[in-house]
Design a protein around this ligand. Sequence first.
Ligand code: ADP
Ligand code: MG
Length: 729
Amino acid sequence: MAANLRFKVVGEAFSHTPVSVECPTERPSEYFGKYVFNKQKMFKYLPAKVYQKMCDVIDNGTPLDITIADAVAEGMKKWAMELGVTHYTHWFQPLTEGTAEKHDGFVEHDWKGGMVEEFEGKLLVQQEPDASSFPSGGIRSTFEARGYSAWDPTSPVFVIGDTLMIPTIFISYTGEALDYKVPLKKALYAVDKAATAVCQYFNPDVKKVVSNLGWEQEYFLVDEALYSARPDLVMTGRTLMGHDSAKNQQMDDHYFGSIPARVEEFMKDIEITALELGIPCKTRHNEVAPNQFELAPIFEETNLAVDHNMLMMSIMKRVARKHHFRCLLHEKPFKGVNGSGKHNNWSLSTDTGILLHAPGKTPMDNLRFVTFVVETLKGVYDHNGLLKASIMSATNAHRLGANEAPPAIISSFLGKTVTELLQHVEDADENALAVVGKQAFKLDLPSIPELLIDNTDRNRTSPFAFTGNRFEFRAVGSEANCASAMLTLNSAVAEALMDFKVRVDALIAEGVAKEAAVLKVVREDIKYIKPIIFNGNGYGDEWKEEAAKRGLDCETSAPLIFDNYLKESSVELFAKTKVMTAFELRARNEIKWETYTKKIQIESRIFGDLCLNHIIPVVTKYQSMLIDNVSKVFAIFPEAKAKEISKENLTIIEKISEHESFIIENVDKMVEARKVANKIESEREKAVAYHDTVANILEEIRYHVDKLETIVDDESWPLPKYRELLFIR
Ligand code: ADP
Ligand code: MG
């Protein structure tokens, strides 16, 4: 029966014709933002004064004047109803990694026996979702389960289907953050303030610094029929067993290869949907592994980019179903081929340009560039363990350090040009720093053509690489909410810049000229940050040894990596930047450990079931068939001849027994290990136990299951194999 099911689904999977997507008749630039209540729509649907105030809120971060809320809500409702919208929802990002929403209709009694559509300002601005089942890490005890969602006017409202989606923050009754957006927004505020102050050494007119994020989303597509026949994929997002396909990525023929027609239609569909929702999609291509693809929009302000990524991930999952695919965002759906990441391209910019842009023409421009590169690296160096914690999860742990993604050590690749530039500044003669009359100072920084930097030897193994006018944080997982990495990075950089300003100001107070003071502190920091710079091969074992010597965090166990959040330096960082309190950090860590435990627990349970209910019965049946054959051979042939004929089958029978007993014994062991771990009270200790005693047994058992897959008759194997899952036709 099982075998029939597999062949049936494989047949189904391979018989799909592409679902063709009807393209809009307009150009992308025309339908971009069609379903977004952006400034153009505000201008049209809001009274002039209200529009002005909203622009002030969006552009300058001015607090929202609550008296305009009714007018804004009225305008939104009018616009939305013209699109056929009947419901609205606060859309927030609880600490579950996904998004949450609860829809309410516009309709209200008109008290004359009928109904009217209403949407009051207070419903737009604040709601009290029954949020007791979202993780809070103990912040909200159940009897005080209230949580509030509050509108974030800097991220525009949009329409999906019949619903007006309102991006909101999510906080507890007592004001603690219960989401990713609150600390992210605080970190963005902190980096704005700190960077603006430093920018003013170079250009007193700078009033605001914006943090930018350009994410690159990797993903896998699997046919829905095959997906449904793999309980492990359905329950955990990854295959817990499966032998390598004879061909996978070794021919390097998938990367940038031509895109299969079915996939192309899917890509077209998600791009149109995304553009209509204001996500500026630009790039699409095949990735390294078979069935792996990437999508990248143009970078945006970080808070908006994070919302857009969350939205994009849900669009991808939804649209994939229309094309009879499932979109896998898990970091490691398949063993033996590359996993998926989400590079976070990060930079800071002012209204005058990008601060990490290649050096300009004047020495002051060059010095500004060096300052921002160096202080970014200082933030990364001081908090390298914390940054690793910010991207760590049970799922991303499979990818990091697996010879395909950055290692589980945070370091930075600068390339030849910038490395030499920093060396030049460090080695510069003291005299070169002299302040000469009105001309300020005469540091001769070489000017560097932008193109040169952009094309410097790209180091794919580096978790935090300088790539021309930005840093690329590559360790982020494909499934993650980018906010976790971005709030940590921006906080760390904010702290470095705050500290930088204190030191420069102290020198200026002693009578040192501004430029010389900046340069002196930069030179100190160039020496200080050396251990974080690594331009070599991050995959080598030598690097692990070297990194440990340099004092970088080399821990690989996810539950222990989370400890970084509670280190004194981290608590201090988040307090100084006002991003999170120690209480919030402790609560979040409880959630991280609990989530880790639950993920491994689910994997272990489903894996045990698959072993005992799917694999062992099929394997035993196959073995019995062989035994039957052998005994028949012995019945009709003389013993010596029968032995010779049955030699191979006897070996296979024996091998099967060995693998089977290993599997059965160790599934038992794994269940026992779970039982022991489940009794542990502390979330941290429980997660550590799951890591040390459950997760590793699973991998050991898997080896034997995968071996059996190569031995047992193909027709009876109950699960779709890698060679079927990984190749869309
Ligand atoms: P790669 O060659 O790394 O795959 P892509 O061109 O695919 O690069 O994507 C790079 C991403 O980086 C895009 O989202 C792009 O808009 C973004 N990006 C470019 N410049 C910056 C910048 N200064 N700051 C932040 N992101 C940027
Ligand atoms: Mg990139």
